[in-house]
Design a protein around this ligand. Structure first.
Ligand SMILES: [Zn+2]
Length: 372
């Protein structure tokens, strides 16, 4: 299986690359129009039918990437159309993609074409070179500030000796390990950063939408940086200990946060702004990079039942109490239940092995990866 990671290289060539963005955007939007009119979503068919029709004043290496980019956008649009009405997509951002045949990395210099025989040179530092050394690089993405270079390696998911169960809450991520230890990652800075962003935008009272737009984008960028820093740190620590990962399948979580589902406005806001998808995608690619499997289980009953005897729990604030004498933090109890539930499905587990807290009956396992 191919595992992919990226390096972000900053550059100061925004003026020179600006013409590429303009040409790429026109080609992309034209490609979307032609693809939508002839109802094509396959990459190869779109490439064949529109390659000759797209003409722009940029290097021809951008054309293939642009058509593939447009084809995948068309496919996503078609899927969304089935769910309901949505407008035809168009590219507004300043972005361009180019395949690995278009650019050259020579020593510590990255050479990107703009027009035929016209190039931009970007210097890579030691960190970038150490990441890319001996690895296969893929299609790069160019933005006004960064160049994103993906690099990949073939990885095979192996049998882990140990497993960890992850419970995600509003203010923390709780991880329970096989040996009974528990680790908590504080994610409250994400919510604080969001409150700051919302406050900054709502405190702006002047009737000036251009300034407001600038302020909002700057505040949003700060919030995203904070959020990604917290999530990257947690996901890196979770995936670097060599434990196979068992997490909740949170499909449909946004449905629970809709109006009229018995939740307060504040609870709905907390639920709907939590970056679940970003966290789990980070855990997914980092686990694959470290050859670890990720199993998603149905979270039903994991927070309301005792992790020792399986009986219904009484809640006392953040703590839970059971008839059998258990008195623990509710998140710790939930993460142990998730670990126990997932461990029943884990193919690497031996029958009859003792387990910390194994009282919940398994209902459904969402995905078990092929492990060799
Ligand atoms: Zn109990």
């Amino acid at each position: 299986m191919k595992a992919t990671k990226c390096v972000k290289v900053p550059h100061n060539e925004a003026d020179k690359v600006a013409c590429v963005f303009a040409g790429y955007r026109q080609m992309f939007n034209e490609g979307i129009r032609l693809g939508a009119e002839s109802n094509i979503t396959s990459k190869r068919r779109l490439y064949k039918s529109i390659y000759g029709k797209l003409e722009q004043d940029i290097h021809s290496h951008y054309k293939a990437s642009c058509i593939f980019h447009a084809a995948s956008t068309l496919k996503a649009w078609k899927t969304n159309l089935k769910k309901g009405h949505c407008n035809r997509p168009y590219l507004k951002k300043q972005v361009a993609k180019i395949t690995n045949q278009g650019y050259v990395i020579n020593g510590n210099i990255l050479r990107i074409p703009i027009r035929p025989k016209e190039y931009v040179y970007v210097t890579l530092n030691e960190h970038h070179l150490s990441k890319l050394a001996g690895r296969k690089t893929g299609e790069i993405t160019i933005t006004p500030e960064f160049i994103i270079i993906p690099y990949s390696k073939d990885k095979e998911i192996t049998k882990p000796a140990k497993w960890a169960g992850i419970d995600v809450n509003y203010d923390n991520i709780t991880v329970a390990y096989d040996d009974g230890t528990v680790k908590k990652f504080d994610t409250s800075p994400i919510r604080q950063a969001r409150q700051i962003m919302v406050g900054t935008v709502s405190n702006f009272k002047r009737r000036d939408h251009r300034v407001l737009k600038k302020i909002a984008s700057r505040a949003g960028k700060k919030y995203r940086n904070r959020q990604n820093a917290v999530l990257h740190k947690a996901s890196k620590e979770i995936t670097s200990t060599g434990h196979g990962i068992i997490c909740e399948d949170l499909k449909g979580i946004r449905k629970k946060g809709r109006r009229g589902n018995g939740r307060s406005k504040k609870a709905r806001r907390n639920l709907n702004t939590w970056p679940f998808y970003i966290l789990f995608s980070m855990i997914g690619y980092k686990a694959l990079w470290n050859c670890l499997p990720v199993i998603a289980i149905d979270p039903h009953g994991t927070s309301s039942k005792c992790s020792v005897c399986g009986k219904k729990l009484a809640e006392e604030g953040r703590m839970v109490r059971c008839m059998c004498g258990l008195y623990v933090d509710r998140d710790v109890n939930a993460s142990r239940n998730i670990l126990a539930k997932g461990a029943m499905f884990a193919p690497a587990r031996h029958a009859g092995e003792a387990m910390v807290g194994c009282a919940v009956t398994p209902s459904r396992c969402v995905s078990v990866p092929n492990i060799r």
